[in-house]
Design a protein around this ligand. Sequence first.
Ligand code: UTP
Length: 469
Amino acid sequence: MDTLFTQLIEQLNACDQQHVLQHWQSINDNDKRQLAAQIEQIDLPGIRSLFEQFSQQAEVAPDLSKLTPPNSIRLQQDATISPETAYAQGEKLLRDGRVGVVIVAGGQGSRLGFPHPKGLFPIGPLSERTLFQFVLDKIAGYEVKYETQIPLFVMTSPTVHEETVCYFEGNDFFQRRDRVEFFCQPAIPAVDARTGKLLMKDKAEIFTSPNGHGGMLEAMQSAGILERCESQNIDTLFYGQIDNPLSPTCSPALLGYHSLSESQVTLQTIAKMSPDEKTGNIVAVDDRTQIIEYSEMPNDLATSEDAQGQLKFWAANIAVHVFQTRFLQEIVNSASGLPYHFAHKQVAHIDHQGNPVEPDVPNAIKFERFIFDLLPLAQRTLTVEAARESVFAPVKNASSANFSTPRTSRRGISELHRSWLQQAGCSVADEVIVEIHPTYAVDLPHLLERSDVPDQITENTYLVHPEGS
Ligand code: UTP
């Protein structure tokens, strides 16, 4: 153990992180080995360089003088590709087995305060299906409808991996063991915001957290997923996040617009409710699509209007994308990786004496990659507007908040399904909760094809296909 200590202290000294071994003498041999393995995995010079960038405020600010609205297909405007043509093309891609789904589910879900991976959260307003089931059932609905197979790739992180896989194991992989694959993103240390020192979770472990949803690219590459998709002719990847049960997973229209416009990245978007809505703005700079965070958007730009008196920068990012597999492959082969962003957060840790510290103000810098940093790397992108109520009901916050809570999300699901039923000629009594399982109808066109939709619904009703639940 002495030799191990000497080796480690040398590496740590070189980056001024020797305090990591401060409690070495008081931990057992097993913990020593685990701590040594953790240190080996950390890119110490890389962390130092990130902290230097943070200290020099080297995050590149976007050039706001050049912002234009993105290349888009809007709901109420004629476009060169009609919705029907797009839908038919998307159906063809699905039938031909060219589509895979990537769901990022590696986050810590700290705002929700649910003590399990967020995907296990029961969200079905009547069924109590989990967020994972919402994705799986939607995929199953399209598989049945188009007699196809759609592989699902789920990104986890060291924080949630084991429990997520156990959940799938415990449910026999929802009968799709051959078509679900997990890949785990890396975790990265956080540092003290003043000194750049690594923070110790306890005497034998450095604090780390997942490296942001942008960690998806390298993690997919390390797992060989992109190569395998290409070799299996899966040239189109739908990307969604686990916390939006209305995410339009495999939406034929979105896939079709993407394919017909030969876009490398297509974004499903919704119109902002107001100029100050707290969502990322989808914009273009020199014909490249970018996201400008709401906090970076000056008020005069956020409120500026076009000739029709509509918000000029109308497009809100809901993190629903379609990627060309080849484009992702090109990016991982060529670039040094997506940039890191710096987030000032509260991180509990131990101090030099080994006493726990629970900060009540942000004390640490977390480093995170964002998936949307891919956008400016694409030459051809397309933004497709959808109605907010059809595609967006995220679960972000605990029930005590007043937006993006389990309650608002469940209401959103029921309201959408009510509106589908009404469009199919069914009268649904006020105050009644409805929920439709995707094998009954995976989307509105599917529901309209059914001949057995009830004429009226007067009590809470969960519609399930007789053979599928
Ligand atoms: P959020 O940014 O909402 O983070 O993630 P979160 O961890 O779920 O929740 P908070 O901020 O701690 O409350 C948006 C999506 O990106 C995934 C999440 O699982 C969610 O689907 N994500 C986030 C990752 O997969 N990895 C990450 O490192 C961060």
